[in-house]
Design a protein around this ligand. Structure first.
Ligand code: NAD
Length: 482
């Protein structure tokens, strides 16, 4: 032979690995018809391993570009740079977490099922769904995309992502990272554009095996209908109007900080924002005095300025919508404790002062509807039962927070709240290991944690007849089986 041909294996995750099924394909020299070498024969399991390995590499790509991605996010979305950096850290952690889960899945690819009888053996096999359609909003552009992309790819699916037209820059960069780290061609695709032109065709595409949607409840209805027409499963992460209940035994200073963080973080544009605040009447005067002082001292302005805690809203549309809600609060008779105006030192940009209303009635629009801006609607309560009824009196059911020193009460109230996420003595913390999602009009299905991963897999039942005997179904046969 003119050259000697090395016998190579599959190259996955920077290593030479034998194909899962061990197969090889012959290489025939067409001039001599002799077999001169062999190549490894990859099967779907190997492809899944390659995608999982590449998913793990995305994490390092994201870490390397942290500063660039965070700046891009801040410029596109308006969130303070410090928060965008925090998001990028979460993005890297999420990719790492799902790459690890994918490895564990490989180990239990065939999971035995105990049938409780002889003659048959049964196992479960988790398989990717195929091509999944992912549609995301603008409030955490890169992070919301990652919550879907990371588990979808790690589970071995191919993904088509449609990020929000209001903030798509970092999702496009995610595609660049995927390309640079060698994700297999076609595994990850990004289509930017308007909802009606790019999102709608994706949600109704018959070739899509599942739709994972995060966005408003109104759009969610359209997307779910489209998926239903094709009988495709969907996960719906929709809007919210979450309550934070502050009981009379709370440490006022700590409670005020969680109340502020719960609604002003990410400029108030958070699905789970605790934008309805319930304060026990016994501590209300002290609480509101502290809240007003703290809200008025928030640093608002250029997202890149050190110490900035509130940037602009995402665009003029959202700005006008949120200002409309400030007017609605006043029209409906709520008391403006603080804010409601463009800050005097910021003549340009979509800036709104951190805004707090008190004495908000349950009929007020600012109590019932999702505002998605730095506007807090608050009222007092007298009893635990009243607080629970007020918190549950919403069409939404994404999250809720309870602030109290009494652990037994926290548990009681938590069990009574109709929500998918409950925070005790805090508001908003979110970890990729723990499930995320709502009930009622906040949607259904769960993202993050093992639930978020399982959602991108299909379970196949494999049952094998292992008895040496004939099945003996015919009526004249002896009843010897099993
Ligand atoms: P949106 O519903 O306007 O848009 C979400 C996405 O859907 C965008 O990519 C948009 O282009 C696309 N879209 C619009 N019309 C479509 C159609 N007919 N078919 C398919 N896709 C379509 O939401 P938004 O304004 O981008 O985001 C804010 C909303 O997202 C808020 O209601 C917020 O509560 C919600 N949200 C929920 C969660 C959660 O986990 N539950 C997280 C973040 C945001």
């Amino acid at each position: 032979m003119p050259v000697s041909i090395p016998e190579r294996q599959l190259y996955i995750g920077g290593q030479w690995v034998t194909p899962c099924k061990g197969g090889r394909l012959p290489v025939v020299n067409p001039a001599t018809e002799e077999t001169i070498a062999s190549i490894p024969a990859a099967t779907p399991e190997d492809v899944q391993a390659a995608v999982a390995a590449a998913t793990a590499c995305v994490e390092s790509g994201v870490k390397e570009r942290k500063s660039f991605l965070a700046s891009l996010e801040s410029m596109d979305n308006g969130k303070p740079l410090a928060e965008a950096e925090w998001d990028v850290d979460d993005v890297a952690t999420c990719f790492e977490y799902y790459a690890d889960l994918a490895e564990k899945l490989d180990a239990r690819q065939y999971e035995p099922v105990d049938l409780g009888m002889d003659g048959f053996e049964c196992a479960l096999r988790r398989e990717p769904l195929g091509v999944v359609g992912l549609i995301t909003p603008w409030n955490y552009p890169l992070l919301m995309s990652t919550w879907k992309v990371a588990p979808a790819l790690a589970a071995g699916n191919a993904a088509v992502l449609k990020p929000s037209e209001a903030a798509s820059l970092t999702s496009i960069e995610l595609a660049a990272i995927a390309h640079d780290v060698g994700l297999p061609a076609g595994a990850f695709n990004v289509v930017t554009g308007l909802g009606r032109d790019a999102g709608a065709p994706l949600s109704s595409h018959p070739g899509v095996a599942k739709i994972a949607f995060t966005g408003s409840t109104a759009t969610g209805r359209h997307v779910y209908l489209a998926a239903a027409q094709n009988l495709r499963p969907a996960v719906m992460e929709l809007g919210g109007k979450s309550a934070l209940i502050v009981f009379e035994d709370a440490d006022v200073e700590k409670a005020v900080e969680w109340a502020m963080f719960g609604v002003f973080w990410t400029n108030g544009q958070i699905c789970s924002s605790t934008s309805r605040l319930l304060v026990h009447e016994a501590i209300a005067p002290a609480f509101y005095a502290r809240l007003k002082a703290r809200a008025e001292s928030i640093k608002i302005g250029d997202p890149f300025a050190p110490g900035c805690r509130l940037g602009p809203l995402v665009n003029d549309l959202q700005y006008e919508k949120v200002k409309g809600y400030v007017r609605a609060g006043l029209e409906d008779g709520a008391t403006l404790l603080t804010g409601g105006q463009r800050p005097a030192h910021l003549p340009r940009g979509y800036f709104l002062q951190p805004t707090v209303f008190t004495d908000v009635s349950t009929e007020n629009r600012i109590w019932r509807e999702e505002i998605f801006g730095p506007v807090l609607a608050s009222r007092t309560f007298a009893t635990e039962a009243e607080a629970i009824a007020l918190a549950n009196g919403s069409e939404f059911g994404l999250a809720a927070g309870i602030i109290s020193a009494d652990a037994a009460r926290c548990r009681r109230v938590q069990e009574a709240l109709q929500v998918g996420i409950c925070w005790i003595n805090c508001s908003q913390p979110c970890f990729c290991q723990a499930p995320w999602g709502g009930v009622k009009n906040s949607g259904f299905g769960r993202e993050l944690g093992p639930f978020g991963f399982e959602g991108f897999l299909s379970v196949k039942q494999i049952t094998t007849y292992t008895s040496p005997d004939k099945w003996d179904w015919y009526p004249d046969a002896p009843a010897s089986r099993l």
